[in-house]
Ligand binder design. Sequence first.
Ligand code: ADP
Length: 448
Amino acid sequence: MKRQTISIVIIFGVLSIISILLVQIFWINRTIRAQKDAITIQEKQDSLNIQQFEESVRIALKEVTQNLSTNEMDESDLYGAVVQKSANYYLVDINEDLHPYYLEQLLKRTFYKHNINENFQYGIYDCFNDSIIYGNLIQYTPDSIYSTSDKEIGIPSPEMNWKKDGHYFTVFFPAIYAGEAVDFGSEKSPWIYLGIIAMLLLIFFAIAIYVILRQRKISEIKSDFVNNMTHELKTPISTIGLSTEMLLKLDFLNHPDKTKKYIEIIYKENKRLEKQVERVLNMARIDSGELQLKAEEASLHSIIEEAIENFKFNQEFSGGQITTELHASTDRVTIDIVHMSNILLNLLDNAVKYSREAPLIKITSSNKEEGIEVCIADNGIGISTEEIGQVFDQFYRVPTGNQHDVKGFGLGLFYVKLIIEKHKGKIEVESKLGEGSRFIFWLPLGKV
Ligand code: ADP
């Protein structure tokens, strides 16, 4: 996917998420407002109904009290006798003979008359010890209007003296709501849902973008690799072709020097070709997990010395200098000699490739933490701090703009790190742009 297409996808994605969220916020706000209005209307209605109900109950109870009293009571006495404790709970003081069955009938009749169609509980209390002496639940049914419930909430006492003064009775309506204001806490829940949806959308979007960018990077890396490889293989092939063409035209006997020169070019380019193909094959082996180490005990110093000799011979290393300070007193390691030599050749190759002047390479060794540490330092172009963390990545090459003079696949250091780690070792790089680089690897001593 092109960079521009990705930007468009991201912009559209962000815009869609924002619009979805805005629409959600708008609708949730509207719903909450509508709910609030409905609740306010309902509350007003309820409070009107409750007020009406309370008024009817008070009048009915006043009437009951009046009917119960043997003496003529004036209005103020009557109102004083009926005490409203809450919307659904009333207390009536009475200093008269009080028979529960009579009271029950009276309450039923009066409530029916005043249109109070609710279940109610009544209880008769003893003023002196505030304990209930009789009580009952009366259930309202539209057919029989009122019928006595089997459930008795009080226990009629055999010693109950109905004629005794100092009784009061209470009436309670269980179905009438006497509680607090409506709890608006539940309104928050749509916002929690919206938050969760927004989070999920963002996470999903971020994952999608991450996958797209990763795929793009991989495809860029792959196409770079193919371009590089084609170039790397094409150059020696065309050089060999050209030299062969010259040879064919040449009179060998009269120009032995020129002939030798062309044959040398062909040999060198062929070697280069061989090396490139070997590198790609090695990587293919690593990728398919076929790489097996043939570990054997060997002297690391000898391998280093040999690698330097080979390198000097193959590269026709000239103008530069490779020095060694191999001070490690113990250098016996268990390693795969072929891969270890490849590592050293790769590091030396890079030290030469990434130097503008005659390369000065210094290889040192020392014993550290039950292992041996080898450092290959050069005075080359160095690596910037932004790039240094990535040089060991597969196919990674430090961008050089339009300059393509240094060839490579970005596989060398990846291979080096992989092999070192397979030997249970570690590798790091220190570098300063324009001053040179130091590749330091450590391997455990003895058997791995
Ligand atoms: P290649 O050399 O094929 O590009 P490598 O994996 O060997 O791939 O190296 C990765 C990158 O690290 C190189 O492209 C180069 O920019 C940088 N690099 C490696 N060795 C050195 C060095 N000695 N000095 C400066 N830069 C280096």
